[in-house]
Design a protein around this ligand. Structure first.
Ligand SMILES: [Zn+2]
Length: 264
């Protein structure tokens, strides 16, 4: 509820109707400002008035929030996510059509779990090399530990180096740190995929994870930090080299990027 009230306060403030704190508390100033909207029935309980206000503001911006009834359902919830996005970025969320993201394959990465894949990359853990990172990273599970090296498959080392170098050129060290692009969740790791059947691309040193805390496995683009526009250039760096983001292609595991294609 606090998040909703904060959004309402922000909108009211932009309309010049509210000059109190953006604190997520529906105090008297907030209530009064909401009730300046003639479409909202002042007899409704405050929670419904707040929801109605959100529905009206979503509608104004062309977002489908369903009828203005002050009731919080899935349609209002989805509209609210879009409204929050627009309040932050002042533009609608780009329509997400993962099948239309075409990713070139200049390094001819093979499709995971195929014979060709094994021909190219060999047995798990068999062709690892230690590489230097162009900027310092922090280990996501203990941010006090910093590293400038990681182990990866020897056949992806050059590509990985070029990508990270480009990220450094585009963002610079300060922005990398602000955006937590240096929160490193690891590369080589001899383990199975998280759904527990096949070997993970990490077991060949072909995958890296970034900022796992803000890109949890089951989060979609509405929650994952790496789905935001600030990171478009980041994804461009990877995709130009043919690396695949599970987030960008499948809308889960946004932390994960790999030098292997997905089966179509
Ligand atoms: Zn991963």
């Amino acid at each position: 509820m606090k998040k909703r009230i904060r959004a309402v306060q922000q909108i009211l403030q932009e309309m010049g109707l509210y000059n109190g704190q953006i604190d997520g508390i529906a105090g008297p100033i907030t209530r009064k400002a909401i009730q300046t909207n003639q479409e909202i029935d002042p007899a409704l309980p405050m929670t419904r008035q707040i929801t109605a206000f959100i529905q009206i503001e979503a509608k104004k911006r062309g977002i489908d929030a369903g009828p203005v009834d002050g009731l919080w359902g899935p349609r209002t919830s989805a509209a609210f996510d879009e409204l929050l996005y627009q309040l932050e970025y002042e533009t609608p969320q780009p329509v997400w059509r993962p099948d239309e993201i075409s990713i070139p394959n200049p390094n001819n990465w093979p499709v995971q779990q195929t014979d060709q894949f094994l021909n190219v990359f060999g047995e798990r853990g068999s062709q690892l090399v230690m590489i230097n990172l162009p900027y310092e990273m922090k280990l996501s599970w203990d941010l006090r530990i910093r590293t400038r090296r990681t182990q990866c498959h020897t056949k992806v080392a050059d590509s990985l180096g070029r990508i990270l170098q480009k990220v450094l050129e585009i963002y610079g060290e300060d922005e990398i740190s602000n955006l937590q692009l240096d929160h490193f969740g690891g590369c080589y790791n001899d383990r199975v995929m998280r759904n527990g059947t096949a070997w993970s691309m990490h077991a060949w040193g072909l995958a890296l994870d970034f900022d796992p805390r803000r890109n949890a496995l089951n989060w979609g683009r509405d929650r994952a930090a790496l789905a935001r526009p600030d990171y478009y250039d980041w994804w461009k760096c990877w995709e130009e080299e043919g690396w695949i983001s599970l987030g960008r292609k499948r809308n889960f595991d946004w932390m994960h990027v790999q030098a292997a294609r997905l089966p179509e």
